[in-house]
Ligand binder design. Structure first.
Ligand code: HEC
Ligand code: HEC
Length: 192
């Protein structure tokens, strides 16, 4: 608390460069590393890297913790989380959550998108992810995410390659065909 108010006092007495100081204070030190893959502000344009901008802060924190503790495993991402402290993971979660999600929605085949909406309604995805897949707490926001990343995660839950969901996702997707999962991914990636 004390160091925060000192910083605040410093910013108040400093007549120049306040903007730059504010930006530097907002950007956690480790975030530069993340941006190399996840894009500026976490708005990744390369579908192999999930969008982090506007994600739930608690979800980001919990995923980083899971990678660090090998509950979620992915060779490029796991080493990134290994060196992070709890404070750094929380700060990174807050930082990326506060960035607006700016990417374009991915236009899928309209018939597939319509089928995906029906599957999502029947499977009650919104019970946890809320309407429009906007997310809450530890349940991720999925709208505006890359199609191939969404599909990859749905298949990973179904095939048992991703198991850090306390069974929540596995129970839902194991009853769905791979074609249903493709339709779901097309629908969600297409939500504004
Ligand atoms: C070398 C590239 C690379 C770097 C650097 C990197 N990541 Fe990742 N990250 C990935 C990949 C690839 C995935 C998807 C992994 C998977 O499928 O489990 C991922 C997944 C994630 C996820 C899970 C997203 C979700 O929707 O579930 C979070 C959170 C995350 N990264 C945060 C970070 C943070 C914070 C940093 C910086 C400390 C960082 N990443 C640095 C490649 C990277
Ligand atoms: C019972 C609650 C629940 C229901 C119902 C549910 N989800 Fe999830 N979902 C979760 C939770 C919790 C996570 C995060 C799991 C974790 O921490 O790894 C998640 C993760 C995901 C992810 C991974 C996102 C990412 O960024 O990696 C996708 C995609 C997803 N859900 C899609 C769906 C779809 C599509 C449906 C409906 C067919 C659905 N979910 C139904 C709770 C639920």
């Amino acid at each position: 608390m004390r160091s925060l108010s000192c910083l605040f006092a410093l910013m108040l007495v400093s007549p120049v460069g306040t903007q730059a100081q504010e930006t530097a204070a907002d950007l956690p030190a480790k975030a530069q590393t993340c941006i190399a893959c996840h894009g500026p502000g976490g708005n990744s344009t390369d579908p192999q890297y999930p969008v982090l901008a506007g994600q739930m802060p608690r979800y980001i924190y919990l995923q980083l913790k899971d990678y660090k503790q090998d509950r979620r495993v992915h060779p490029p991402m796991t080493p990134m989380a290994k060196s992070l402290s709890t404070e750094e993971m929380l700060a990174l979660g807050d930082y990326f959550a506060a960035q607006p999600r700016t990417g374009q929605v991915e236009q899928g085949d309209p018939a597939l998108v319509a089928r995906g909406q029906k599957v999502a309604d029947d499977a009650l995805c919104a019970m946890c992810h809320l309407g429009g897949f906007s997310g809450q707490n530890e349940v991720p926001r999925v709208n505006g995410q890359h199609y191939s990343y969404i599909l990859g995660q749905l298949l990973a839950f179904k095939n048992g390659h991703r198991t850090n969901d306390a069974g929540n996702m596995a129970a839902v997707v194991k009853t769905l065909s791979d074609d249903d999962l493709k339709a779901l991914a097309a629908y969600i990636a297409n939500i504004q």
